[in-house]
Design a protein around this ligand. Structure first.
Ligand code: ADP
Length: 422
């Protein structure tokens, strides 16, 4: 293993994985802190996906430390702490406290911090984070229910979360390339800084930062800043893969989609798919009974599973979602649908489904945990940010694509089964 990464949420972890695979690194995502005797995947990068972004600080720190200990024992050469490209955190954490703990554990004393991801319209200029053309604190993120971002100045934001000093490598240095970034970081470290926020407004900057950080023990940032890392390993003669890094073992079996996302993108993707493949639309408002819905799905799939992919969806328009939430309470409504879909996923697998797309972040979490999936080897992307993965840990290996609600083009559910890998 060359790179050992810790991600503060699940979809963020997958995002980082895809970036590394694009750079030719064979990458495996592990779900939760691995157990001491879990086998080390045969991969160039291993990304441990935690749910620590909004967890209590102590818990986030403890889990991150445990993940790092496992990755060190597994022999990684460099470490990466992945957080959101909008630097999602509060004044008490968790980016600062987790990064502090990792720096202390590694004894490296210093790390760069760069959430920039210009391809996704996240850029950092003079230490200020922009989303598209506006400052972070005017982007809507100031209203985030859990991590409201009311200050775009990342030097200040990170300073509030750590006792360490935070400096800045400004645009002028980054624009001059890797050597200048390295010199600037070295002098910040010599001046007693624990962190360097690094400006980046285009991919060339990310590549320069990656090159400059070649010998850093720990790098922190969004998945953008990982763009330059595969080239370091390649230059050092440690990485020999190219496009085949995304190759997954073939699996024979039925294909299905489970949709629990009610996002506009997913509703549109279902509309497109309805004209092409069989779709069972569950209606939890009319049938707010998990066992009943599972039975309905079981009868339906017995009839429909065959050559073509099938879709089972609970997704509904905002007024229907609201009506169910009013009747059951928000959490109970979500849990009812998530647990029902997870149960149906189990039935699909027992009936021979081996290629499964799950739409919805929370829905995917429920399905993965019900199936007992512990690791995902990352394959080709169906659309940006949504790769096919080879999932292990459950009763049988299978190909899974976990789509966060808003991701994917309108023909996603059809396209997923026609691209090369599965
Ligand atoms: P996204 O990635 O779009 O946010 P999630 O799966 O994370 O999707 O969240 C969607 C939530 O909506 C889940 O909790 C799911 O159980 C719930 N849900 C799905 N269908 C319905 C429905 N018909 N009525 C109410 N809630 C629903």
């Amino acid at each position: 293993m060359l790179l050992g990464a810790i991600a503060d949420d699940f979809t963020g972890a997958t995002d980082l994985c895809s970036m590394l695979v694009r750079g030719g690194m064979r990458t495996v995502q592990l779900i939760g802190v691995p157990r001491a005797n879990d086998p080390v995947p045969d991969a160039d990068a291993v990304v441990v996906a935690l749910k620590s972004r909004t967890a209590p600080v102590r818990e986030a720190v403890d889990e991150s430390r445990a993940a790092l200990a496992w990755l060190r024992a597994a022999g990684a050469r460099q470490y990466f702490f992945k957080y959101c490209s909008t630097f999602d955190s509060t004044d008490t954490g968790n980016i600062g406290p987790v990064a502090d703990a990792l720096i202390a554990q590694l004894g490296c004393g210093f790390a760069l911090a760069c959430p920039a991801f210009p391809a996704n319209a996240r850029s950092v200029y003079q230490g200020h984070l922009f989303v598209g053309g506006v400052l972070l604190n005017e982007s809507g993120m100031e209203h985030h229910p859990l991590t409201p971002m009311t200050d775009a100045n990342l030097v200040r934001v990170l300073s509030r979360q750590t006792e360490g000093k935070v400096g800045l490598v400004p645009y002028a240095a980054v624009e001059q390339g890797a050597m200048h970034v390295r010199t600037a970081m070295t002098s910040l470290q010599e001046q007693g800084n624990r962190y360097a926020i690094v400006d980046a407004v285009k991919d060339a900057h990310l590549l320069a930062i990656g090159e400059a950080a070649e010998h850093h023990v720990l790098i922190t940032g969004g998945s953008g800043v990982a763009m330059g890392l595969p080239a370091n390993f390649r230059r050092a003669g440690l990485l020999h893969h190219g496009g085949e890094a995304a190759a997954l073992a073939k699996l024979v079996g039925h294909a299905a989609v489970l949709a629990g996302s009610c996002s506009r993108a997913t509703l549109g993707q279902l509309d497109v798919a309805r004209t092409k493949v069989p779709v069972l639309q569950l209606d939890p408002l009319a049938q707010p009974d998990s066992e009943g819905m599972v039975r309905t799905a079981r009868d339906w799939m017995a009839d429909k599973l065959g050559e073509a992919p099938v879709i089972i969806a609970a997704s509904a328009s905002p007024d229907k979602v609201k009506a169910l939430q009013q009747r059951l309470g928000r959490d109970a409504a979500g849990a009812l649908v998530e647990q029902t879909l997870a149960h149906i996923a189990e039935d699909l697998v027992s009936r021979g489904v081996r290629r499964l797309v799950v739409a919805g972040g929370e829905t995917a979490g429920a399905v993965v945990s019900r199936l007992g999936v512990r690791s995902l080897r990352i394959g080709v992307e169906i659309d940006p940010g949504v790769p096919w993965t080879y999932a292990e840990g459950g009763s049988t290996p299978m190909l899974l694509a976990l789509k966060s609600g808003n991701f994917g083009a309108p023909d996603f559910f059809v396209k997923a089964f026609t691209i090369a890998a599965p």
